[in-house]
Ligand binder design. Structure first.
Ligand code: NDP
Length: 281
């Protein structure tokens, strides 16, 4: 597996497996077991996905040594703040059945994330987390965070695919040494509707999924596609034996709309909706 090296020297696989929208325990356990068999070693979950226990069970049953895995989970808004973040971190470890995380991310840029970050810095320095980072931090919030903390985030996980390429956000990440990780690398299915991507994929003897995953990997973007189907997990994993030409990389670059069609992080309605989403009592 190809790795990227984070700003603290930790190596992270460039391709992993996401488990958003698989809340059913048995289905998630099966999916993670399949993904591990296929060869995925990075698993991306979150407290808000309600499947950390299933992920932990599948990992234990796989028999793969913990140090061969790269396990990511995320802190939800309801648990922002110094004390709450410490508690939520331990609860995630307990559900996952592990005593450390490879990557712990602030899930959304809302609530008292500075308090959370202080707790995460301490847990990182105590060796309980190998790298700490954020999700959905657009340039203003990311720059502000980087300028006001001791430990610079290692990763920013943001929606990234051909229709939303994050050029501006990426420039800020590069300035501060933050690795970009793509959520929704298949645009949650929208890439399959695009005729140009389908035709280009055919020229390479590949599928549209393989083409767009490869495109992000060639741009040094970490990708974590989700699927509950084993044949798709295999398809999404087979992206290291071909190269997209410079001309085709540019043709894909031209598809950028510069905005999300999935969620608008700049709208007050999104901030209200996400702040109101509770994941425990
Ligand atoms: P993806 O872009 O990975 O798309 C997933 C969808 O594509 C599913 O409907 C899946 O269906 C389908 N699919 C997967 N592979 C193929 C294929 N080869 N051919 C056809 N269809 C395919 O969306 P996600 O939102 O799941 O993003 C990936 C991961 O990113 C998440 O699982 C999660 O870990 C993370 N994430 C993080 C967010 C954040 O705020 N930090 C927000 C959203 C996601 P099926 O399962 O039926 O195969």
């Amino acid at each position: 597996m190809q790795n990227v090296t984070l700003n603290n020297g930790v190596k992270m696989p460039v391709l992993g497996f996401g488990v958003y929208q698989i809340p059913d325990h048995a289905q998630c356990r099966r999916a993670v077991a399949d993904a591990l068999e296929v060869g995925y070693r990075l698993i991306d979950t979150a407290a808000a996905y309600f499947n950390e226990e299933a992920v932990g069970a599948a990992i234990r049953e796989s028999g793969i040594p913990r140090e061969e895995l790269f396990l990511t989970t995320k802190l939800w808004i309801q648990d922002q703040g110094y004390e709450q973040a410490r508690r939520a971190f331990q609860a995630s470890l307990d559900r996952l059945g592990t005593d450390y995380l490879d990557l712990y991310l602030i899930h959304q840029p809302f609530g008292d994330y500075y308090g959370s970050w202080r707790a995460m810095e301490e847990l990182y320095e105590a060796g309980k987390i190998r790298a700490i980072g954020v999700c959905n931090f657009y340039p203003d919030r990311l720059a502000d965070l980087c300028l006001n903390v001791r430990v610079t985030p290692a990763v920013n996980q943001v929606e990234t695919h051909p229709f939303f390429q994050q050029r501006k956000a990426r420039a800020t990440m590069e300035e501060f040494g933050v690795q970009i990780e793509s959520w929704g690398p298949l645009a949650e299915g929208a890439v399959f509707q695009n005729e140009m991507l389908k035709a280009m994929a055919e020229r390479y003897g590949r599928t549209a999924a393989q083409l767009v995953l490869r495109w992000n990997i060639q741009r040094n973007v970490v990708v974590i596609p989700k699927s509950v189907r084993r044949e798709r997990m295999e398809e999404n994993f087979s992206v290291f034996d071909f190269t997209i030409s410079d001309a085709d990389m540019e043709a894909i670059a031209a598809l950028d709309l510069g905005r999300s069609r999935i969620i608008d992080h700049f709208s007050a309605d999104t901030a209200k909706w996400l702040n109101g989403h509770r994941i425990h009592d």
